[in-house]
Design a protein around this ligand. Structure first.
Ligand code: CTP
Ligand code: CA
Length: 228
């Protein structure tokens, strides 16, 4: 991979990337969230920066250090993540959505802590759907004109190839990356399945650092190819 560092394959590019989970408040002391360590997204941000890209990293609540030279925007909820992404999207030439965004948020977050009243009765939560950040950005005029290359991620419990293929078409992104293996959450190793218009290809088990470098190289290649 030594050529990787000398080649600066992403020089002149601006990567916008989401990482980590989102946190959706129920009340001031409680909320719901998704499982995600943020490690893969942070590794990609670092690899892209090392490959010469300008990098903006929109991070949900994670405990990870900011990669050197990366601009980081911390957010909690999916709505905050969407706003941060929309504010940075115009300057970006690549968007990668690795965040595990909560699909739903409580319809009404209580301003005060919900108290047990001693009766044993349990609260009922109503949910509303969060905006799909990736699909929203993929439908923007710049993405549709080929000026913003969008990449999605998918973590599936089963039938990865079928789900990843369907997700790529549904979100209308040129590249969708599947996490291979049952429990990759928080692990330092992973394997990835790359699904694009031409088919699919596997990046075999390696550290997230190495996979991130390989993925950056794959994306750099595709940027110089006519859109399929
Ligand atoms: N994503 C997003 N905003 C959302 C939900 C998902 O940007 N509100 C992005 C994720 O960051 C990921 C991709 O969409 O890149 C796929 O997310 P995933 O949760 O696997 O797909 P969903 O469309 O939400 O479908 P489901 O959870 O039902 O599998
Ligand atoms: Ca989801």
């Amino acid at each position: 991979l030594s050529a990787f560092f000398t080649a600066k394959q992403l020089a002149g590019q601006h990567l916008l990337i989401t990482a980590g989970p989102t946190f959706e408040a129920i009340d001031p002391v409680r909320g719901i969230t998704n499982r995600s360590s943020g490690k893969m997204g942070f590794a990609i941000a670092r690899a892209a920066r090392e490959a010469g890209a300008e990098v903006t990293l929109v991070a949900g609540p994670v405990s990870l250090p900011t990669p050197r030279g990366v601009r980081r925007i911390d957010v909690q909820s999916a709505e905050q993540m969407l706003r941060a992404v929309e504010q940075s999207a115009d300057a970006a030439s690549i968007f990668i959505a690795t965040a595990a965004v909560a699909d739903w948020r409580p319809a009404l977050a209580s301003e005060q802590k919900i108290k047990k009243d001693g009766s044993g009765e349990v609260p009922t939560l109503a949910f509303v759907e969060n905006t799909d950040i990736l699909a929203r950005i993929a439908q923007s005029p710049r993405a549709r004109a080929g000026q913003l290359y969008c990449v999605g991620f998918a973590a599936e419990s089963h039938d990865l190839l079928a789900h990843a293929t369907a997700k790529r078409l549904r979100k209308q992104v040129p590249l969708l990356v599947g996490n291979i293996g049952p429990a990759t959450f928080g692990q330092d190793d992973n394997a990835l399945l790359l699904v694009d218009a031409e088919g699919h290809r596997e990046l075999p088990q390696a550290s997230k650092r190495v996979l991130a470098q390989q993925l950056v190289a794959e994306i750099a290649q595709r940027l110089h190819r006519p859109a399929a």
